[in-house]
Design a protein around this ligand. Structure first.
Ligand SMILES: Cc1ncc(C[n+]2csc(CCOP(=O)(O)OP(=O)(O)O)c2C)c(N)n1
Length: 248
């Protein structure tokens, strides 16, 4: 993932001071610390909330947001669906390893119902997993893609498109966890490109996602929806007079 982000930003020739990488908490969320970008390695499940605040205050920045499937779909699930429909101009990457890696292997919202290796869910959770791309689509995301971290060049090209897309871009990056899901090392033999080009028809996109086993990669859906741009926020004086109202 780091390789793909680096390549995408280099291709776009974005100066690092114009880009911010905001993350939650988890192994995947540590990625902000491995770049030389500005950013927050923030609070579990709250990356999108922090990113929305930053984008509102600094609309000139390219805002990237990243984290795990636990971070983005479990504790952060509510932020995720509303970020999709709000359509602020940012790119959100979920590194999906279908497990809580950092806390040592519990089931996440993308873990298959019968995955039984977690001590917390002996015999499997019995709960059907989310389909992140489908969730993003129905929540109103204007750009939905699925990539694979084992293909950093393909993922970098996808990120370039995601960053250039006006509005909220969602990239589900299949990202194996060799520690708690070693069987995912087979993913490199299972992933393949979608046969079709991306569509701007949400019904087509939904059918494509539903008919797929979750291992096809590519940009699935893109469409221009109105982008949410908060007001300019006023001047510093406005903030000071607002704050003075709280003075006791
Ligand atoms: C508010 C809060 N709740 C729970 C935790 C514990 N916690 C840290 S990381 C994590 C989940 C990690 O899984 P994921 O987001 O999928 O990322 P991964 O480590 O797999 O990359 C949890 C539950 C926390 N740090 N903060």
């Amino acid at each position: 993932m780091l390789n793909a982000i680096t390549k995408a930003l280099a291709f776009l020739e974005l100066p690092r001071e114009d880009v911010a990488l905001i993350t939650g908490i988890g192994c995947s969320s540590r990625i902000a610390a491995y770049t030389s970008l500005y950013g927050f390695h923030g609070v579990h499940g709250r990356a999108l909330a922090m990113a929305a605040g930053l984008k509102a205050a600094r609309p000139d920045l390219t805002v990237l947001v990243a984290g795990g499937d636990g971070d983005g779909l479990s504790i952060g699930g509510n932020h995720f669906i509303h970020a999709c429909r709000r359509n602020m101009d940012m790119t959100y990457i979920i590194m999906d390893n279908e497990v809580y890696g950092m806390t040592k292997g519990q089931a996440s919202p993308t873990t298959a119902a019968d995955w039984a290796d977690s001590k917390l869910t002996p015999g499997g959770s019995g709960i059907r997993p989310f389909q992140p791309a489908g969730l993003a689509l129905t929540a109103g995301a204007s750009f939905v893609a699925r990539g694979f971290t084992g293909d950093p060049n393909g993922l970098a090209r996808m990120l370039v498109e995601a960053i250039e897309h006006p509005g909220f871009s969602f990239v589900q990056a299949l990202s194996p966890c060799p520690t708690f899901r070693p069987e995912q090392m087979q993913w490199k033999r299972q992933v393949r490109g979608f046969e079709e080009e991306s569509t701007d028809d949400p019904i087509d996109a939904a059918q494509r996602i539903q008919a797929d086993d979750g291992m096809s990669t590519g940009v699935i859906f893109r469409r221009e929806y109105p982008v949410f741009r908060p007001g300019s926020g006023g001047s510093r004086d406005d903030v000071q007079s607002f704050e003075s109202g709280f003075t006791i």
